[in-house]
Design a protein around this ligand. Sequence first.
Ligand SMILES: Nc1ncnc2c1ncn2[C@@H]1O[C@H](COP(=O)(O)OP(=O)(O)O)[C@@H](O)[C@H]1O
Ligand SMILES: [Mg+2]
Length: 244
Amino acid sequence: MPSAPRPLSEPEKIFEARDVVKIYDMGEVQVHALRGIHLELYPGELVVLLGPSGSGKSTLLNILGGLDRPTSGQVLYRGQDLARASDRELTAYRRHHVGFVFQFYNLIPSLTARENVAAVTEIARNPMKPEDALALVGLADRLDHFPSQLSGGQQQRVAIARAIAKNPAVLLCDEPTGALDSATGIVVLEAIERVNQELGTTTALITHNADIAAMADRVIHLSDGRISFVERNAHKKRARQLHW
Ligand SMILES: Nc1ncnc2c1ncn2[C@@H]1O[C@H](COP(=O)(O)OP(=O)(O)O)[C@@H](O)[C@H]1O
Ligand SMILES: [Mg+2]
C-alpha cells in the first residue's frame, strides 16, 4: 500500500514528552504522579491541562518548566532532553526560555509593579521594557503601585507581566485564577490570552475548572497520572466569553 504523502515540513515542536514517569519516593510508599505521559506542544498554541486535583498537572508542568526531573522518560525542549540536562543547563533553560505564573503571585512587597518586573528584565537577554509588559496586561496606570495597593487580580497581572517581560518561548501557568473570583479570573485570563496572541508565546495553562478549557486551542485531559484524551476546540472562546 502506498504510504501517505508526508508534509514538506512538519511544524517544529516546542515540547515532546515521551513516556514520562514521575514517582515520588516517600520511604514507605511510592506515589506514581505521572504514569507514562506522551505529549507534544507546538509553537504559539494555547493548551489547557485539565484534570482533577491530584491528577498530576503540577508535576507535569514543573517537569516541562525544568523545576523538576522525571523518574524516567524523555522531555525534549526543541529537541534537547531536559531529563538529562545538568542543573546548570536547567537553570539557564528556566531563566531564558520559561515564564511561570502560579496561583499565588509571589511579588516582592517592597517593590512597585514596575520594579517587580524590572527585577527579572535586568538579568534577561532580550527583555521587554517593564512598562510595555505591564501595559500589555492592562496595568499601564499602575506602574508605581506597591502590591499591597493592588487587588488580587491586578497582582496576578503584575506576575504575568513579570513572567513574560523576559520574552520567554513558553509561558506555564499553574491555576493562575485559583485564588480569584470569576470576574477577576476572567480579566487575568484575558491578559494570558493577549500575551499568547500578541507575543505568540506558547502557553500551557493548568486548571481543574472545565469552563476555562473553552479558551484553549487544545485541551489535554489528565486523570490519575495519564492523559485520558486530547481535544481540539474547533471554535475556541475568547476569555471574556467564559463564565463559571
Ligand atoms: N513533592 C511531592 N512529594 C510527594 N508526592 C507528591 C509531591 N508532589 C505531588 N505529589 C503527589 O503526586 C500526585 C500528583 O500531584 P500534582 O501533580 O500536584 O497534581 P495536581 O496538580 O493535578 O493536583 C498527588 O498524589 C500528589 O499528592
Ligand atoms: Mg496542582
